[in-house]
Design a protein around this ligand. Sequence first.
Ligand code: ASP
Ligand code: MG
Length: 407
Amino acid sequence: MALLVYKFGGTSVGSAERIKAVADKVKKAQDSGNQLVVVLSAMSGETNRLIALAKQMQSQPTEREMDVLISTGEQVTVALLAMALHDLGCEAISYTGAQVKILTDSSFTKARIRKIDDAKLRKDLDAGKVVVVAGFQGVDELGNITTLGRGGSDTTAVAIAAALKADECHIYTDVDGVYTTDPRVEPKARRLDHITFEEMLEMASLGSKVLQIRSVEFAGKYNVALRVLSSFKEGNGTLITYEDTQMESALISGIAFNRDEAKLTITGVPDLPGIAYKILGPIAEANIEVDMIVQNIADDATTDFTFTVDRKDYQRALAILEQTCADLGARKVTGDNTIVKVSIVGVGMRSHAGIASTMFKTLAEEGINIRMIATSEIKISVVVDEKYLELAVRALHAAFELDKISA
Ligand code: ASP
Ligand code: MG
């Protein structure tokens, strides 16, 4: 007997028919002797619909109320699934995040889970029930409803799996696993049987939208074996675990990209201690996340400083930087919000030289100009003009033979 947490995404519960299909799958797993907690997303499109409604009321909706609103989507699906299970003669009970008591901090719309009360879940499981939990939401100390950020149901599932020390956490979605890159950009992309937490974390933070980043962090921290698989197609999906020394690891596991990038440059900044702080401090205070940062060597007494932000924060960051430019007596501010980031990811990079030069050579042969470069132990990212995104991804996919090797 295994204790399993299953999570179904929006498309998997997108209609009455699909919810019934989920119920069948869950019943089958229970009939084969497993204990099951099922975490659900809202029906596909529902969260977006609710957000659009909110914006008709208030251009910047009050965040607390936003959470009261957008947490309702998941409440609908969990109740419906419990009903569908009852109809199959399966004992099941649905809970909202607050009812379980998924305790979070009070950062509305992007709350973090602090603690999960597993007592109620265990009691129901021991009584032979399937427990159906609304994903994406929790409750703070004061009893306010909170939500965990877009895609947060993944995190709910992993957090519950960690709290219950579940045997595996299955994320059922509309793709049948994690791919070497987005198949919509490179049709030759291949499903990976296995990927490490570290690689998955990079892939997720670099723009592969299969799993919410936080869910991967959580799974790595608590060593929850995570499997991504299709709701609609049989198969083993992709298993995400710690690096296995037995495994022949590929040089590069995948190519991630992010279209939502923008870069800003401030030139002619006096080259003095504290400059990076003076430039990035106000950006951080405005709650704008900075990704890549490049500071040039100063040849006169001034330096240039470039960084990237999410495209949605571009205008705000630009305004702040103009102000900083005036304050510092720097030369000027320029920006570009038509750039993208393309990254190659792989733990194999640690033990192999020459990966970076293969990447740069490949891009050069396609005539793609690299605007910025950043590296870490297991990834290399480049910023290029957005018009080259598809070409860059395909060329790199071919250069690292991702369509061929089995990882
Ligand atoms: N329904 C939420 C969203 O669309 C959470 C989730 O699906 O994971 O972002
Ligand atoms: Mg999702």
